[in-house]
Design a protein around this ligand. Structure first.
Ligand code: SF4
Length: 248
């Protein structure tokens, strides 16, 4: 398997990098103060989220770090949870899908349901991601993401601070960061990151739905690559009401 250090491939110092770090940190500090104890970072354990977690941990901000353990994550991604605990002495909360729902879905449609149709892929994302996210966000006033405008055309208008469909504050401190910025930060602060990034996986999701990308391919080309159109799972482009209802 081809490997190359992601920090060597992607890290590059760009103008005003320090300003962007300052602004990201400022947003996190402000949000932590405003939503004390009722704010969570919804981490995908990807490169951007590791930057956000590093800022939270190094500045000891009272923001819970949590992730969706879909039951389909790569071993490398699960290993990162332990690496974060070791490095920062913080435990990442894990939100898993309802086991009965998974058993019923897999029993009816099979383990590879996501490849059979877009509807089944979305149904899989709904039960493994959207519903657990609803539980993660229940009772919180705000959440933090690693969304960046440059990630895709669907994310080109991401704001630093938004309000989600449930009226909750959504903080995107890296909204104006480039991919080079993310890796320059990771390299500068020696942030632990997913080993898959060294194998040309820029965007990491569930194992059956993520592949490496080729030089020149879009950053999200490795997600649901057999589908055409919008490459999103419903966490950031659709209302969270379904998940919230299930949680309640
Ligand atoms: Fe299911 Fe794939 Fe969505 Fe993960 S990314 S929840 S495996 S369809």
């Amino acid at each position: 398997m081809d490997t190359a250090k992601a920090t060597v491939l992607y890290a590059r110092a760009t103008p005003a990098f320090d300003d962007r770090v300052e602004r990201a940190l400022g947003l996190l500090i402000e949000a932590a103060e405003k939503h004390a104890e009722r704010i969570v970072q919804a981490s995908s354990l990807g490169a951007e989220d590791q930057v956000v977690t590093d800022l939270i941990a190094r500045y000891r901000l009272p923001i819970t770090v949590a992730t969706l353990d879909t039951g389909k994550l790569h071993g490398e991604t699960l290993a990162l949870i332990g690496a974060v605990r070791e490095r920062y002495a913080i435990a990442i909360e894990r939100y898993r899908p309802v086991q009965e729902a998974v058993v019923t879905f897999v029993g009816r449609h099979g383990e590879d349901a996501m490849r059979q149709s877009v509807d089944l892929r979305k149904a899989c994302c709904a039960l493994r991601k959207v519903e657990p996210l609803g539980r993660m966000l229940a009772g919180r006033e705000a959440w933090v993401t690693g969304l960046r405008r440059q990630q895709s055309s669907e994310r080109s208008d991401v704001e630093f601070q938004e309000t989600d469909d449930a009226g909750r504050a959504k903080i995107n401190p890296l909204a104006d960061w480039s991919w080079a910025d993310v890796w320059h930060y990771i390299k500068t602060y020696d942030v632990p990151y997913n080993a898959l990034h060294d194998r040309f996986y820029p965007s990491i999701g569930c194992a059956p739905c993520t592949r490496a990308v080729a030089v020149g391919e879009d950053i999200r080309a490795g997600r649901w690559w057999w589908e055409q159109g919008v490459k999103e799972c419903g966490l950031h482009v659709e209302p969270l009401r379904a998940g919230m209802e299930h949680a309640s």
